[in-house]
Design a protein around this ligand. Structure first.
Ligand code: SF4
Length: 356
């Protein structure tokens, strides 16, 4: 029997775009300009209580309280790495848990957010998918991850300057919430993050890649490709049977044509599986001449899976072959290694311990 999804008591205030909030205010007989004031409290001053919104009338604050709630993220675990990386495990209103990661780089601070509780995509190198999909996050629950981290950083006058939607879940299977989240992050009355500093990563959900292209923003798109052909990709990523390699590539070309933006291909290297010179040759041949960039990721060891990391020399060789075909290639720098936990592992451990 399908397990019932528990609904939140009230909608979350962070679920609302500025326009949606204006509409709600109008329906309450309030002037629309109040939406800007409320957004300033939410995203500028980052208060988490309607009673702190001191330039609103008591009556309006009561109406807000009656209709909406803040997202409560219950901090279950917070791990801090020597390199400044912070990994959070947050509990949600229905006791599900999600992970969020804050990373410090020489160019600023980035945050990696989660869009679903679990994931149904089934990539064989990923711990997030082991228990399947539990539910989609509300837009407000994605927003809350950023606001929570920013409130913490406010104490040291630090600012999140970029966002990657690469945590657990497939954002394009929770498209509307992801889109609302993105709109709030880049809005000049929202979190004010530059569009070019925001990246969404998908496993290749073709219809939404096209929809995202039609939205035509400056937000970056990354595709988890991980293989140069259908046979190998289907083995690593069952989603490839639904959206084959060639269709994903067509959608990527459509995105580039529509937006004029470079696309990033994420490629997790797994020793002896997809990291051989012939794989690099094949991928290079497909991507040659395309406005793109390949990001090679030495795969994280997932105890539940049988994969081992590619030796350094092979990673460099893979990069060299791609570059010989004029495909711009980088190797992802690893962060937070001393606090273990690849994506999804904190949550997996937590699920194990709560099941006991
Ligand atoms: S890599 Fe992403 S899309 Fe694939 S199973 Fe993990 S969370 Fe889902």
């Amino acid at each position: 029997m399908k397990k019932e999804i528990q609904l939140p008591e009230k909608p979350f205030i962070y679920d609302l775009t500025l326009e949606a909030l204006q509409d709600w205010l109008k329906s309450q007989g309030e002037p629309a300009f109040r939406a800007g004031q409320i957004f300033d409290w939410l995203y500028g001053k980052r208060v988490v209580d309607f009673d702190d919104m001191s330039n609103l009338s008591k009556e309006l604050r009561e109406k807000l309280k009656a209709s909406y709630q803040f997202v409560t993220l219950n901090e279950i675990t917070k791990l801090e790495s020597k390199d400044g990386t912070i990994k959070f495990l947050f509990g949600l209103y229905d006791n599900h848990a999600i992970e969020t990661v804050v990373m410090r780089h020489n160019y600023g601070i980035s945050i990696c957010v989660t869009t679903q509780v679990g994931c149904r995509i089934g990539c064989t190198f990923c711990a997030s998918t082991l228990g399947g999909l539990k539910r989609n996050l509300y837009a407000g629950e994605i927003v809350a991850q950023v606001v929570y981290a920013q409130r913490l950083l406010d104490a040291t006058n630090e600012r999140i300057s970029s966002i990657v939607v690469m945590g657990s879940g497939e954002p394009f299977e929770n498209y509307e919430a992801t889109k609302t989240f993105l709109a709030l992050m880049v809005h000049d009355k929202g979190m004010k993050i530059g569009q070019r500093h925001v990246t969404v990563s998908t496993s290749g959900i073709v219809p939404q890649i096209r929809e995202f292209a039609d939205w035509n923003t400056q937000i970056n798109l990354a595709i988890s490709i991980h293989a140069p052909n259908d046979a190998l990709r289907s083995k690593l990523m069952p989603v490839n049977r639904r959206f084959p390699f060639a269709d994903v590539m067509d959608a990527c070309r459509y995105y580039i044509e529509k937006t004029g933006r470079r696309i990033t291909f994420e490629y997790a290297l797994i020793n002896g599986v997809n990291d051989q010179p012939e794989h690099a040759e094949e991928l290079g041949a497909v991507l040659k001449g395309m406005l793109c960039h390949v990001n090679l990721i030495p795969v994280n060891y997932v105890p539940e899976r049988d994969y081992v990391r590619t030796p350094k020399e092979h990673i460099f060789e893979f990069k060299r072959i791609l570059e010989s075909k004029q495909v711009n290639t980088t190797i992802r720098r690893e962060q937070g290694h001393d606090i273990a936990a690849a994506c999804g592992q904190l949550r997996a451990k937590h699920m194990e311990s709560t099941a006991r």
